[in-house]
Structures are given as C-alpha cells and as structure tokens.
Design a protein around this ligand. Structure first.
Ligand code: ZN
Length: 192
C-alpha cells in the first residue's frame, strides 16, 4: 500500500479544487477502493460539498485529483424552489459496476472539468448499478434518464474518459488550446 492520499488530508469538511481539462490525472484510469474507512467517508462528504458548491449534479474522485473509483451525485426529482431540500437525492457509489442496462437516451452533457463544453452523448436509458456506499455496504440502484446519464458520465471519469473524447480531434484541439489560454490568463491575473 503506497497510497499517500490521507497523509496530507485535512479532517475538516472542505471544498476541494476541481481539476479542469487538460489536467493529466483526468485522463488516468482510477483504481478500486480496497477498504471503506471513516477517512474515506470524510472524503466523500467533501466531494458532496464540492459538488453542491459548484452547482453540479455529479462528481467523480479523479476530478478532485484522487484516482479512486468513487463518485457522488444528486439528481433531484422535479426541483422547485420551495421543495429543493425535500427532493434532494444524494447517492455515493464506490467501485460502481453496471450490471444491467437497456434502452438508449441522447443527452446534451456538461462537465465541471470541461468548462463551456456541451456535448451530445448517447447513453443507456435505464441501468442497474451495484456499488458500495460511503459506509461500505453493498447497494443496488435502478436508475433512469438523467440519473442513469449522470452515473454513466461519472463512470467515464473513472476510466479516464471525458466529454472531449466524444468530439472530433479538430474540435478537441481547438478546445484544448482555448482552455490552456484561459488558464494562462487566469494565472496572469490571479494570485501566485
Ligand atoms: Zn464530468
């Protein structure tokens, strides 16, 4: 066991920095979690906080620099202003595996790690996913439509696959240059 993840890890719940394309670790394949510990539970809480703070509906561990098979999501059912809390549906999937899928759905997807990029992707419309939850219990979910799309999008992250892999090479090169330029501009004006 050579992983150094927890050695420098703060125990206070915190928002984590989200990596953006073309950060190298977004393209790496993640590894399965060997043991669900309470420290890992703290990390999952931070992932949720980071996701909510960024107004995302899903987040995978590699997006915050940890190449582990963990994802969180909260696809709310019929969100309205007054009942936002009630419809909240937080799900944490550790070492997720799709054990059944059917149908297809086409969705215009965005990604917290690919700013300003919207890509139409075809996914399975209904899935059954099996995983461990943040307490290490085996769980199974029947997910449809946006929840199924979100799960498959986040599972792509665990394979090092991004929305940029669904566009042409030409578009990807343009987007890459644009993102590097944006980052450089940020560096020039931001704190050092
Ligand atoms: Zn994403």
């Amino acid at each position: 066991m050579t992983r150094t993840l927890w050695h420098c890890y703060s125990f206070v719940m915190a928002k984590l920095p989200i990596l953006t394309y073309p950060a190298k670790s977004l393209k790496k394949k993640s590894t399965p979690v060997q043991k669900v510990t309470s420290k890992l539970g703290d990390f999952v809480k931070d992932m949720f906080e980071t996701m909510y703070d960024s107004h995302g509906i899903g987040l995978a561990a590699p997006q915050v620099g940890e190449n582990l098979n963990i994802l969180v999501m909260d696809v709310r059912k019929e969100e309205t202003e007054s009942s936002e809390q009630k419809n909240s549906n937080p799900i944490c999937l550790i070492n997720p595996k799709i054990i059944k899928k059917e149908g297809t759905i086409f969705y215009e997807e965005g990604c917290l790690s690919c700013p300003e990029l919207i890509v139409g992707v075809e996914r399975s419309q209904n899935i059954i996913v099996e995983a461990l939850d943040a307490e290490g219990r085996l769980v199974q979910y029947n997910l449809s439509d946006l929840a199924a799309v979100c799960t498959q999008h986040e599972m792509d992250h665990l394979q090092g696959k991004l929305l940029t892999d669904y566009i042409s090479r030409l578009k990807r090169d343009m987007y890459r240059k644009q993102q590097i330029r944006v980052r450089k501009d940020d560096d020039d004006t931001g704190d050092v």
